[in-house]
Design a protein around this ligand. Structure first.
Ligand SMILES: [Zn+2]
Length: 334
């Protein structure tokens, strides 16, 4: 059985055909238009291109926004034209196939659980470090969405009362201290308080402060730049502190770190594990979650949305997964 996963992002729409092993066997893409009708047309366009080449049974859309509990409506997506939009029904009516919607972080987490770093885990937390923090939670292999479909907003947990302002309207949110954007903000703060230090980053910031991005700071840290290394150490600390908070609530067996910043994990993950172990309640008296990096990369939202679609139209496939998971749990305990 083949399904299509569509990753509807703020700048591009990527659609892939995915098989039962989680392998993507075909891919197409287009730019994201600004108007609502044009956005629907663009999505129908990429799906129609793929259904012309493959026999498809269902479609999953991964959306960066609030998906309602009916899984057919997008309540709000900050970078897309949809507002309280019945996207699932509209697309389904036009292409004649079932369509299921999923938050993009949830889709990525599902893909990692079925085919990647969190395979077989009973309780797993996914943290995607990019512009902000995308968080997802899997309980007994199922995505936890809360009562109204918006849980868990992990990136906006307040870690620093009175801290940096956040676009959500609060201040001191976790993602203001632990994300690609945060890494750049920390480096710029450090540069301002250490104006005499002669580093590559200082010279670049003097020429153009917009040159200081999270990606640039990570590259400078790899080269041993002291300011960049200090910014990375701050990120490690906040990652560990935040994960300890999350683990005190959910007690996960695995935490998967994804997003663009996961590529730089060797620069911060060991330190973050130490901060995590020292900040969590009763660290020496409980098993600690394994903290690993994601395995599926940029394709995870496509694979996850396609898998969600397959499991929605085929309960047998979902039961088969639960059976495998139970088998893995028995092997672990024996
Ligand atoms: Zn916030």
């Amino acid at each position: 059985m083949l399904t299509i996963g569509v990753d509807v992002g703020g700048t591009s729409i990527r659609a892939g055909v995915v098989d039962f092993r989680g392998d993507m066997i075909d891919l197409t893409r287009t730019g994201t238009p600004t108007g609502e009708a044009a956005l629907d047309d663009a999505i129908v366009g990429v799906i129609t291109e793929l259904t012309g080449r493959h026999k498809i049974t269902a479609i999953g859309l991964a959306v960066a926004g609030f998906v309602a509990e009916d899984r057919r409506t997008v309540r709000f997506a900050p970078h897309l034209a949809w507002r309280q939009a019945l996207v699932g029904d509209r697309i389904a009516n036009r292409i004649g196939l079932p369509v299921v919607l999923e938050h993009d972080a949830n889709a990525a987490a599902l893909a990692e659980h079925r085919f990647g770093a969190a395979r077989g885990a009973q309780v797993a937390v996914m943290i995607a470090l990019g512009t902000g923090i995308g968080g997802a939670l899997l309980l007994d292999g199922k995505i936890f969405r809360g009562a109204y479909g918006v849980a868990p907003e992990l990136g906006h947990l307040r870690l620093v009362p009175g801290g940096r302002a956040c676009s959500c309207g609060k201040s001191g949110c976790w993602e203001r201290y632990c994300s690609g954007t945060a890494l750049a903000a920390t480096a710029i703060e450090l540069l301002a308080s250490h104006p005499g230090s002669s580093t590559l980053l200082v010279r670049e910031a003097a020429a153009d402060s917009r040159a200081i991005t999270g990606r640039r700071v990570a590259a400078a840290a790899r080269d041993g730049d002291p300011i960049a290394c200090q910014a990375m150490a701050e990120l490690s600390r906040w990652l560990g502190e935040g994960l300890a908070l999350v683990a005190d609530v959910y007690d996960p067996e695995i935490v998967v770190i994804g997003g663009g910043l996961s590529e730089s994990a060797p620069l911060y993950l060991d330190d973050a594990r130490e901060h995590y172990a020292s900040a969590i309640t009763g660290a020496r008296h409980r098993p600690l979650a394994r903290i690993r990096t994601a395995q599926l990369g940029d394709d995870s939202a496509i694979v996850g949305a396609a898998t969600q679609a397959a499991e929605t139209v085929s309960p047998i496939r979902q039961m088969a997964r639960i059976g495998l998971k139970g088998y893995a749990a028995r092997r672990r305990s024996s």
